[in-house]
Each structure stands twice: as structure tokens, then as C-alpha cells.
Design a protein around this ligand. Structure first.
Ligand SMILES: Nc1nc2c(ncn2[C@@H]2O[C@H](COP(=O)(O)OP(=O)(O)OP(=O)(O)O)[C@@H](O)[C@H]2O)c(=O)[nH]1
Length: 528
């Protein structure tokens, strides 16, 4: 994604400042110039870039000689100023965003240009709400495009979302009304109405869109915009606003080569909040959009809030594993349930993108499909073990090696693969032991009391300390082939990602001066 380059460039520009011994006007000007160039190349509107540069310059006042001595403070102020201004760039203030309520009907109507990704996004949003416990149905009010109903039907069936549409009725207003009424009677909580794509010039279709709106009385109207239309997004948004008065925007195809900066800034200027972005063709490729989260991710600080939100919706099976892990134990069954959790989480590269420290980039080097295939084989191996074996530490196999051959045969794999599973468990167990030993030295939220809430708090505190994040990034860089996410059972645990952190890796990490510096900062941050 082009925006990843933007994030990298802005990060580098800010890092140059933090690396400089003295922060003077020259250093700041160079940074501002590089940030402005990067934004313009990502297609952000030039007026907005000039404005941002002016505001940053005012915030970062270098005149005071004393300030030059306060290097660390100054650097923090600069980092925060850049972060805040970037957030402002994509933020729309004072607009209340609709939140559907449970146990009542919420009608959401979709509008947008042809081919912008409406139908795909309707399904993504339906899945999003279904995972959050809503009863969701979809209505196809596109009687204009041949095959539109079939497409919605296909998407809905795949996602197991009830749908409504008609092959015979040609009046979209009637279909929309009937569909919404039907779902209302059946006590559906969210009814998503997909309308046909239209073009700015097509007055008739705009009239029809208004009529559909009057018939179904949506609680929220969402406009779907293709990110690749760049700065034209604003005029498109304005044209639709006159007829449908939509209250929110979903920007699609942010995964492509589109310079999303254009659409984002144009939309922000139209004072309508972007609520989600589409990041792929898969039904789970929908990410909620808030300025802070988006900029954090853009700058590689990670999106812990997004990750936590995602994890919360998955009903991961983790209670026993966490307890065991904290006690320094790790059975084969724990390994199996963690692997199942990972597969439930969706595309691994997406998850990795939400983690700080450039882990996403590292993970992208590992083949997604290959990893998932490998996990499934490992799960299959463990399915072929007896209950006693599963709940053990694997040492039973040393006493009875013929069982390895039996398990391999039973799971249709090889002896080497079964041995690899046992080895993987050993590595996890070693990490569990290390974690247990380290626990007393970790801040609340990351040690004994580790739970999603505490962990989120700890991560947020870490995020607000750019120096610490930078050390984590450096450290991850130094770790190279560590495979990054190894052993985080609370979040799914990520064994086998191109090599788990071995004991040597862990030792190497502990000795890394960046790690030591980070640990010191953490102790300070958490008052330990
Ligand atoms: N890469 C990528 N492709 C997307 C995304 N959202 C939608 N698409 C693709 O865009 C194409 C058009 O999507 P549709 O959902 O059919 O678009 P539509 O707006 O309903 O089209 P009309 O019914 O003609 O108005 C499809 O090939 C989708 O798979 C996204 O976020 N990323």
C-alpha cells in the first residue's frame, strides 16, 4: 500500500530529528520539508499540506536557546506535534457517529458510485456487526444492474447472512421497502440496504435513491467511496450529499496502489467522518477508522486498540492456556488451542500490521498460505493424539516412540512433522518458564495480571512514549529472523512464524542494549 511508504518516510524524517545531537531550526526545517513532500506524493491536497506545515512550525518553536539543551524534551514535543497534526488532518470533529443499538431495528442504507465496492462492503459490515452479536440481514435494492442480486446472494450465503431480494420485481423502492419490513417483522436488529451504483450525472437514479431513502427511513446512510479516485472524492461526496445526506463514509480499496492520501484528505475536508476502510476483497477486510488509530498504524506505532477490539469479537479459547502459561506450563493441548485461535483471527499479515515495531513488514516476508497450511497440519497431528498425550508435555512419546509413528500415520503426516510439533511445544514451554521468571519484573498488564484490558492500558502507555516505541522497533530490527510474534497466548500466540524465538533468541534479546534501555524506560513509565 502506498500509504505504508508515506508512514515510513514520515517516521524516517522524525527519526532524523531524534538522532540529531542538537535540534535547531535547520534540522526542523529539513524534517518539515520531507514530511510535506511525502504527504504531497501520497496525493494529500496541497492546501492541507501547507496548513499542516505552518501549524507544525508554530508548535515547534526552536528560538529559545535553552530549549536546545533540553534535547530529549524537544524531541518528544516534535514527535507529539507531528502525530497530533497528522491526526487533525484526517479527523472530522463535532460529528456524532451513529452507533446501532441492540434489541431495536437499525436500518443502514448504502449509496455510492458504480463499482466503488458497495455490495462487497455491505457484506463486510454485516459480518462486522454479526460478530458483535447483532442479528443482521441484507436487502438488495439494486434492480438496475443485471446480476446484482446474485452477487449479494452469493456474498451473503458465504458469510451466512440472511438476505432479501427479487428476480421479478423491477421497482427498487418496493424491493427495499418489502425487504426492510420483512426483516423488521422477524426482529432483525440491523438491516443493510444495498442500492444500485450511480453516476453523478444520472439524475433519474439519484431521484430513485431519494425515494428508497424515504421508503426505508434509514438510521444511517453510508457512502462508499473508492480510494483510488483521489481528490475527486470530495466532489463526488458533495454530489451525493445533496441527495442522500449520508452521515458517514467507507473508503474502499485502501489496500491497492491508490494514493489513499488524496481521498482521505478530500473526504476529511467534506466534514463527513470516515468510519471504516476496506483493505481487501475478503469479507473480513474492513477496519474501523479513527484518526488516532489510523495515524498510529501509518507510523508503525501499531494499532493495539484495533487489535484488542478484533480479539474481543473472536471468542478465543484461551483461559486454560493463559493460566498454564503464567504458571510456566505448556501442554500439547495448549499448543493446539493456540493454533486454532490464530487461524480464527483471520489473515495473519493483517493482525501483524496492527502490532507495533514494524512486525507487519517482517511477517509479510512469510508466506500467508504456507503458514496457515502448516498450522492446519500441526492441528491435525494433535487431533490424532490421545487425551492423555495431549494433556502431557510430550515426554510420553520419548517413553513410547512407536506412538510417534502411529500419530504420523493417523494424521497422514510424517514422523518429522510430529517431532516438529513436540519441538514447538518444548519451545513454548521454555518461553512459558521464561515468562514466569520475568513476570515479577513486568508492569501490571503485562505480567501476572495480564488480561486484554490491562494489556491494552500498558500498550497505550507505551505508545504515548515514542522513545520506548523507537527502542522496540530497533530491537525488533536487531532480532531479524526472530519471527516476531512468538508466544503471546493472550493474543493468540504465534508459533511457527518462520521460526519461533528460541532460547538463544530470548537471551540475545535480553542482552540487547535497546531492550535494556526499553526495560529501564518501562520501569520508569510504570513507576517500578
Ligand atoms: N482490493 C479491494 N477490492 C475491493 C474492495 N472492496 C471492493 N472491492 C472489489 O471491487 C469490485 C467492485 O465491488 P462491488 O462490491 O461489486 O461494487 P459495487 O459498488 O457494488 O458495484 P455496483 O453494484 O456496480 O455499483 C469487486 O471486484 C470487489 O471485490 C477493497 O477494499 N479492496
Amino acid at each position: 500500500m502506498v500509504l505504508a511508504d508515506l508512514g515510513r518516510r514520515i517516521n524516517n524524517a522524525v527519526s532524523e530529528v531524534t538522532r540529531s545531537n542538537v535540534v535547531d531550526q535547520n534540522v526542523v526545517d529539513t524534517m518539515l520539508k520531507e514530511i510535506s513532500n511525502a504527504l504531497m506524493e501520497a496525493d494529500v491536497d496541497i492546501k492541507l499540506v501547507i496548513q499542516l506545515r505552518k501549524k507544525l512550525k508554530n508548535k515547534i518553536d526552536i528560538d529559545n536557546d535553552n530549549d536546545k539543551q533540553l534535547g530529549i524534551n524537544k524531541k518528544k514535543i516534535i514527535q507529539k506535534a507531528v502525530f497530533d497534526e497528522l491526526c487533525d488532518l484526517v479527523n472530522v470533529e463535532n460529528v456524532e457517529i451513529f452507533k446501532p443499538k441492540k434489541k431495536q431495528t437499525n436500518v443502514i442504507m448504502f449509496v455510492g458510485l458504480q463499482g466503488s465496492g458497495k455490495t462487497t462492503t455491505c457484506t463486510k459490515l454485516a459480518v462486522y456487526y454479526q460478530r458483535r452479536g447483532f442479528k443482521v440481514g441484507m436487502v438488495c435494492a439494486d434492480t438496475f444492474r443485471a446480476g446484482a442480486f446474485d452477487q449479494l446472494k452469493q456474498n451473503a450465503t458465504k458469510a451466512r447472512i440472511p438476505y432479501y431480494g427479487s428476480y421479478t420485481e423491477s421497482d427498487p423502492v418496493k424491493v427495499a421497502f418489502d425487504g426492510v419490513e420483512k426483516f423488521k417483522k422477524e426482529k432483525f436488529e440491523i438491516i443493510i440496504v444495498d442500492t444500485s451504483g450511480r453516476h453523478r450525472q444520472e439524475k433519474e437514479l439519484f431521484k430513485e435513491m431519494i425515494e428508497i431513502g424515504e421508503a426505508v427511513k434509514p438510521n444511517q446512510t453510508i457512502m462508499v467511496l473508492d480510494a483510488s479516485i483521489g481528490q475527486a472524492a470530495e466532489s463526488q461526496a458533495n454530489a451525493f450529499k445533496e441527495s442522500s445526506n449520508f452521515g458517514a463514509i467507507i473508503l474502499t480499496k485502501m489496500d491497492g496502489h491508490a494514493k489513499g492520501g488524496g481521498a482521505i484528505s478530500a473526504v476529511a475536508a467534506s466534514k463527513t467522518p470516515i468510519i471504516f476502510i476496506g483493505t481487501g476483497e475478503h469479507i473480513h477486510d474492513l477496519e474501523s477508522f479513527t484518526a488516532k488509530q489510523f495515524i498510529s498504524k501509518l507510523l508503525g506505532i501499531g494499532d493495539i486498540q484495533g487489535l484488542m477490539e478484533h480479539v474481543k469479537t473472536l471468542n478465543l479459547d484461551q483461559s486454560d492456556s493463559i493460566k498454564n502459561f503464567q504458571e510456566g506450563k505448556f501442554t500439547l493441548k495448549d499448543l493446539q488451542s493456540q493454533m486454532n485461535n490464530i487461524l480464527k483471527m483471520g489473515p495473519l499479515s493483517k493482525i501483524a500490521q496492527m502490532l507495533p515495531g514494524g512486525i507487519g513488514d517482517m511477517m509479510n516476508q512469510v508466506g500467508e498460505e504456507e503458514t496457515s497450511k502448516r498450522f492446519k497440519r500441526m492441528i491435525c497431528i494433535m487431533d490424532s493424539m490421545t487425551k492423555k498425550e495431549l494433556e502431557s508435555d510430550g515426554s510420553l512419546f520419548i517413553d513410547e516412540p512407536s506412538r510417534i509413528i502411529r500419530v504420523a500415520r493417523g494424521s497422514g503426516t510424517s514422523v518429522t512433522e510430529v517431532e516438529a510439533v513436540l519441538l514447538q511445544r518444548n519451545m513454548f514451554a521454555r518461553m512459558a518458564q521464561t515468562t514466569k521468571n520475568m513476570q515479577n519484573n513486568l508492569p501490571a498488564g503485562m505480567g501476572k495480571n495480564m488480561n486484554p484490558q490491562n494489556m491494552q492500558k500498558a500498550m497505550e502507555q507505551m505508545q504515548s512514549n515514542p522513545g520506548m516505541m523507537e527502542n522496540i522497533q530497533k530491537m525488533m530490527g536487531n532480532m531479524g529472523g526472530m519471527g516476531g510474534m512468538g508466544g503471546m497466548p493472550g493474543m493468540g500466540g504465534m508459533p511457527g512464524m518462520g521460526g519461533m524465538p528460541s532460547h538463544q533468541d530470548m537471551m540475545k534479546m535480553m542482552k540487547d542494549p535497546n531492550f535494556q534501555q526499553m526495560a529501564q524506560q518501562m520501569r520508569k513509565q510504570f513507576g517500578m
